[in-house]
Design a protein around this ligand. Structure first.
Ligand code: SAM
Length: 222
């Protein structure tokens, strides 16, 4: 899905906004993703940007992911990207409390010819559902629910990750507020608390990736 055709590929100019634009415009989404993105817009379930999607696929492939948990299904945009990078027999477990979002995601998965057995959609709030998922069992956990719940979701994600697994937190900088010590509002505090849970865990190797709404990724020691 990356445009490697040469002639029409944008060149990378200097400057962080231009670099950001370049990173996003270098990714070309297929028809199923374009349709899923339109469903997400209709529902107001803000989807990951194309570059964040490509990063999810890359991390799924790098971890040879067979068991992935997603917190916040939306209309299935990030799910499609995760499935694109996962092993062909991998299963995506994706959790969302909104039945309408799951209906849209089912359409998105079907229109991309994803076999029904490769997705497990769990309707419920992640704080109720996650404690039922096993410790040390998942290759990748993607956290993309409401920012205010990130600390609880990240704590569960760390517990569920297998050694060598990767946690990916979306909207991790709260639009940059996480670095501004004067910001003590609940979203900024939640983003900071989630980041500290990761920073304070010696088993985790973290990095902040300035793509889309800001991504924090961390690999668990083997
Ligand atoms: C940003 S959207 C997810 C977008 C999706 N990951 C994608 O990129 O296509 C956040 C999702 O979290 C769900 N959500 C709402 N309330 C929630 C809650 N209390 N806990 C977890 N998820 C919730 C929403 O229904 C919404 O679908």
């Amino acid at each position: 899905m990356t445009d490697s055709s040469g002639g029409s590929r944008p060149t990378a100019p200097a400057g962080s906004a231009a670099l950001h634009d370049y990173a996003e415009s270098a990714i070309v989404e297929d028809d199923a993703l374009v349709a899923a993105r339109a469903r997400a817009d209709e529902l107001g379930a803000t989807a990951v940007s194309p570059a964040v999607g490509a990063l999810l696929a890359l991390l799924a492939r790098a971890t040879d992911a067979r068991a992935v948990v997603e917190i916040g299904t939306g209309a299935g945009v990030s799910g499609l990207w995760l499935l694109a990078g996962m092993a062909s027999d991998g299963v995506l477990t994706t959790i969302d409390p909104e039945p309408e979002h799951h209906r849209a995601a089912r359409l998105s998965f079907a229109s991309a010819d994803i076999a029904p057995g490769r997705t497990r959609l769990i309707n419920g709030t992640p704080t109720e559902v996650l404690p039922r998922l096993s410790d040390n069992s998942y290759d990748l956990v993607f956290v993309d629910g409401p920012l205010i719940h990130h600390p609880r979701h990240v704590a569960e994600a760390i517990r569920m990750l297998r050694p060598g697994g990767v946690v990916v937190v979306h909207n991790a900088t709260a639009d940059g507020a996480v670095a501004d010590t004067t910001r003590t509002d609940p979203p900024a505090a939640a983003a900071r608390a989630a980041a500290m849970l990761i920073a304070d865990d010696e088993r985790l190797l973290p990095v902040v990736i300035p793509l889309g709404a800001g991504v924090l990724a961390a690999a668990k020691a083997r």
